[in-house]
Design a protein around this ligand. Sequence first.
Ligand SMILES: NC(=O)C1=CN([C@@H]2O[C@H](COP(=O)(O)OP(=O)(O)OC[C@H]3O[C@@H](n4cnc5c(N)ncnc54)[C@H](OP(=O)(O)O)[C@@H]3O)[C@@H](O)[C@H]2O)C=CC1
Ligand SMILES: [Mg+2]
Length: 348
Amino acid sequence: MIQSSMSALRPLRTLLFGEHYSLTRFCSGFVSRMRYINRLKENDAACLSALQNGHIFLFHRLIPLLQCSDPETFRPIALTYSEVQSVLHKCGSDGSLLKESILIGCSEQNHAQFCLDVGELDPAAIAQNCKGTFMDLRKAFFLLEGAEAPLVAKAQALLQWHQINRFCGATGQLTQRNQAGSQRACSSSSIVYYPKMSPVVIVLVSDGKRCLLGRQSSFPRGLYSALAGFCDMGETLEEALRREVAEEVGLEVQNIIYSSSQHWPFPHSSFMLACHATVSPAHSQLNVDHLELEDARWFTEEEITCALQVKAPPWRDHRPAVWLPPKHAVAHRLIMEWREQQHSQDTE
Ligand SMILES: NC(=O)C1=CN([C@@H]2O[C@H](COP(=O)(O)OP(=O)(O)OC[C@H]3O[C@@H](n4cnc5c(N)ncnc54)[C@H](OP(=O)(O)O)[C@@H]3O)[C@@H](O)[C@H]2O)C=CC1
Ligand SMILES: [Mg+2]
């Protein structure tokens, strides 16, 4: 009885207080962390104080510092302010570099998280003092676990954005960052610059029985992925998706269904918007633009299942004919969703 009267009240609460009513009640840790991060972006003094009590991840010329527990498991090293200070001193720096740290998040234990590029210092000395190793993000991204890969990717993307946005496009003057590193401003033009991602559509096209994957000549040998392309200025997600598929493989898609999104750090920050779409089997003849794609083909469920068996990325000396994007990539998620849907159709 109590349960049913409580649930009858819930829509009324939502009407009166909005969706956030239930969110704040049940996710207060999440809400307070989000509000804390927001405050640090707006308040330089609070951000500096959070840095002194927070965790810092080091990079050297955009390459993250990781710790290896066994050959297959890598984690970013979360250092305290005093640990970084001590490492910087040992490597001949006065520690003033620490103020250049950039806010990247807040851990579930409520520690503000920052990243810092120590590009002017000797990477070997830093790595030795931290008992870590600097590893290229393209490799590291696939060896890191769960939530750590996106955090490291976000850190690298923000560091890179600051490095290439030091000047105002209107006045040519140096821009100044806020303490959190969430924006840069030009005092002459008053323009405020914010970190930017380029929107990209990525789509898994199906003809009901097969799904469509393609590869660019720059992909590692044997890797096939869902079709993707940058959105043009002024386009909707649906328009960009229809245009990209038409350009790359000469098909007209229907039934666009949004799946999910992700930040993709390579080669620069993209905001991947992932969708499913269909073509009728009668209109599935491919006309591939070989300037854009080296190859595109239809894959059956069996072929997908077989390609998913390959551990991605495969070792250099053991490259199979076809392999698929690894689990961190949203293309992988689209493929898994498609396979699940085929499975449920088969068992109906
Ligand atoms: N996470 C995932 O699962 C996947 C992610 N991706 C990512 O999606 C992105 C887009 O895929 P891709 O097929 O290459 O895109 P496109 O099919 O749009 O082709 C890329 C070309 O588009 C032009 N271009 C237009 N706008 C931009 C822009 N804002 N930034 C860079 N280039 C632009 C460039 O051409 P030009 O140089 O001639 O000007 C570039 O070479 C890539 O960054 C790729 O890494 C792709 C597949 C899977
Ligand atoms: Mg493309």
